[in-house]
Design a protein around this ligand. Structure first.
Ligand code: 8DG
Length: 122
């Protein structure tokens, strides 16, 4: 599950720190669902763990996208309710305007969702 966190017309992108094959690539922050957890609860929890922010999920974006060999990526747009994002598990964070969306090196799995999100940025 990935969060497209949007604020003032900008999208938050996060640079992966690991594993080595993916490190340096940019993604939607998020993570995997724990047993017994809903997709939405998992994403809200991951935003606390990875970014230190409390978010509200607004819309589901796009469909189910293959991620690596055995995962799927589902993305929701989100708004920050509390806190300022910090790179607690990432190498760096960056806010991107619509014009800057492709300035970072998106991971291949996340890239198709970037275009979907672009239409949501004012
Ligand atoms: N974001 C992203 N992950 C990818 C790509 N290709 C690929 O194999 N992966 C792998 C890395 C992870 O094992 C998995 C995505 O995991 P995730 O971001 O949802 O969760 P995570 O590894 O951060 O682990 P966790 O926070 O749930 O503990 O898919 C890609 O293009 N983008």
């Amino acid at each position: 599950m990935g969060a497209a966190i949007i604020e003032d017309g900008r999208l938050l992108s996060a640079q992966r720190a690991e594993p080595a094959e993916l490190a340096g690539g940019w993604e939607f922050p998020g993570g995997k669902v724990d047993p017994g957890e809903s997709d939405e609860d998992a994403l809200i929890r991951e935003c606390v763990e990875e970014l230190g922010v409390k978010v509200k999920l607004t819309d589901r974006v796009g469909g189910d996208w293959p991620l690596g060999r055995q995962s799927i990526l589902r993305v929701w747009t989100a708004e920050i309710l509390e806190g300022r994002p910090q790179a607690l598990e990432h190498t760096a964070l960056r806010w991107l305007t619509a014009d800057e969306l492709y300035d970072v090196d998106w991971l291949p799995g996340d890239l198709p969702l970037v275009e979907e999100v672009r239409t949501r940025l004012r």
